[in-house]
Design a protein. Sequence first.
Length: 303
Amino acid sequence: MYSRIQAGNHSSVRMEGVRVGMDEEKKDLHRNRFPAGTLKRFAVKTRDDEFSNEIRERIIRYLSDFQLSHDEKKPDIVISVGGDGTLLQAFHQYIYRLKDTSFVGIHTGHLGFYADWTAEEVEKLVISIARNDFNVVEYPLLQTTVHFTDHTDPVSYLALNECTVRSAKGLLVADILINDEQFESFRGDGLCFSTPTGSTAYNKGLSGAIIHPSLPSIQLSEMASINNRVFRTIGSPLILPKHHHCQVKPVGDSDGFNVTIDHLSMIHDHVKMIEFSVAREKIRFARFRPLPFWQRVREAFIG
Ligand code: NAD
């Protein structure tokens, strides 16, 4: 699904064929209860270190003993073993079947936001997957659509954490529109559009607000804006509801736009406009025990 287009120090990739936002939105569910036995096929994605791979082998063995099928192509549940970064990779690997797949994360390093089960809890998690009723919670995603000046088709991406926009040539100079109306002229290092679950990631480093994932919204945070008589920005992070959209239009040079989607990075030329909104698609997490969001925030950042 992803192909590299540029060698160099940074991983620079182009995502092809990820057409999003076209599917009919089903019921706007936030939480659903499922009976034991619903999960029949599983896949395991690891960070690929020795310890995570060893846990992967144990999970495959245990779940196979419970008569679940190891199916890396069409899993009902994807178990990520590593950290938040591993879950981000798993999300992008299975982006084509978000409606049919739930995710759960085990961390083999520090407690993660997406990876909240410990390595010591593997047996407990496996039994829960095979034998217990469970909840599925759905969290909002960010849709990013890049439009081009050379009339090539727009490309769309889904992000679980965020999309950042920078200029590979230096300062990013762009107009920012909200719902097609000019809002401000931005000049600075870049812009970060995040999901509610991504609000604790890069967005937090930019002094953005932490948003509860039950609020379908996107957040725009600035990276080091320059303010003068010509370029003036609001300075505060903006939170947009799901029926609003935001556009970034290059002023002057439309080449060399560095767009990141979670851990992925790519360069786009001939950029006419980049549009951001809450995606119709959602990510599903399997919850086998309660995990209050604010508790996770406290444990991660306050201790
Ligand atoms: P990684 O797996 O090393 O992740 C980087 C760090 O971000 C880890 O500590 C991870 O636990 C944390 N993280 C990821 N998602 C999070 C979330 N939703 N809430 C709280 N913490 C989260 O490296 P990677 O795979 O390249 O991760 C990509 C992510 O790194 C990006 O999506 C971005 O959010 C984050 N990032 C942050 C900064 C920053 O804060 N200055 C800069 C670049 C990237």
